[in-house]
Design a protein around this ligand. Structure first.
Ligand code: SF4
Length: 183
């Protein structure tokens, strides 16, 4: 009895457009490619006011090396930054300044509340401390801790990168951001 024929093997194109697509062209959606580029080229503006700033500094040291995530280079003008890192306690008097800094950043932009004070006011329960920066500006990611360990900050950064990757990225002007509640 004759042996059954083996199933035909797929033939890989070696010439023409099919070969070009197989060997050299990565097909993806444009907004996914823009999201990929944006999440690995974050320029943070450190709005550092208190002790959490020490933890922020350690992020650039070799044990943590935030440069692996494409987010090392701080920009000290909001016009060149796309991530506002609010690091430390924010007082009521600083709140309008924080809002102004946020408004000076170009779209698209993201905000990280770095530590308990920025997220909730921390253990300060008095009339001078802002009980959470989300009363003034929209926040994309909250990093817990007093102070947060650098590993937790990197975890928050990766969560933000996943959020950036999942967002719609337009080539034209960005739509208006929703205003934060409160002031
Ligand atoms: S969360 Fe803790 S370490 Fe950070 S600024 Fe507030 S008191 Fe300081």
């Amino acid at each position: 009895m004759a042996k059954p024929l083996p199933p035909p093997r797929p033939v890989r194109a070696t010439t023409g457009d099919e070969a070009l697509i197989a060997e050299a062209v990565v097909v993806t959606r444009l907004d996914r490619a823009i999201g990929w580029a944006r999440k690995y080229s974050i320029f943070p503006y450190p709005f550092a006011t208190a002790c959490c700033a020490m933890e922020y500094m350690s992020l650039s040291m070799s044990p943590y090396d935030i440069d692996r995530f494409g987010a090392l280079l701080p920009r000290f003008t909001p016009r060149q930054a796309d991530l506002l890192m609010v690091i430390g306690t924010v007082t009521m008097r600083q709140a309008p300044i924080l809002k102004r800094v946020y408004e000076q950043m170009a779209e698209p932009k993201w905000v990280m509340a770095f530590g308990a004070c920025a997220s909730t006011g921390g253990f300060y329960d008095n009339y001078t401390t802002l009980p959470g920066i989300d009363l003034v500006i929209p926040v994309d990611v909250y990093v817990p801790g007093c102070p947060p360990r650098p590993e937790v900050v990197l975890d928050g950064l990766m969560a933000l990168q996943r959020k950036i990757q999942g967002q719609k990225h337009r080539l034209g002007p960005e739509p208006e951001q929703p205003q934060a509640a409160g002031r």
